[in-house]
Design a protein around this ligand. Structure first.
Ligand code: SF4
Length: 90
C-alpha cells in the first residue's frame, strides 16, 4: 500500500499553497492577534505609528502590506515602539 509521500503521480499546482493560504488567513485578524501579544508599554503611540506608516506608504519597498526589504508586515513593525526601518527611513 502506498502512502501520500510515495504517490509520485500526484501533481501539485504551483499556486495551490498560496491560494489556500490566502483564503485561510484573514490578515486583519492575524495583525490583531500579533498586536494583542504586545505589552502596552512596547507599543508605539498613535502619532509615532501614523508617522511611520506615512513614510512606508511612500516607500518603494512597500509591497501590499509587506516591507520588501525585510519581509515583515509594516503595520506590525510600525506598532512596536523600539522597532526601526531596515532601510533607516524611520
Ligand atoms: S519599513 Fe522602511 S523599507 Fe520597509 S516599507 Fe517601511 S519605510 Fe520602506
Amino acid at each position: 500500500m502506498m502512502n501520500d509521500n510515495e504517490n509520485t503521480n500526484h501533481k501539485i499546482c504551483r499556486k495551490c499553497l498560496i491560494a489556500a493560504q490566502a483564503e485561510a488567513v484573514d490578515l486583519a485578524a492575524e495583525m490583531d492577534r500579533f498586536l494583542a501579544m504586545l505589552k502596552p508599554e512596547d507599543m508605539a503611540g498613535d502619532d509615532l505609528f501614523s508617522k511611520r506608516i506615512s513614510i512606508c506608504k511612500d516607500c518603494s519597498y512597500l509591497l501590499g502590506a509587506t516591507c520588501n526589504a525585510c519581509g515583515c508586515y509594516v503595520e506590525f513593525r510600525a506598532n512596536v515602539k523600539h522597532s526601526n526601518c531596515p532601510k533607516k527611513k524611520w
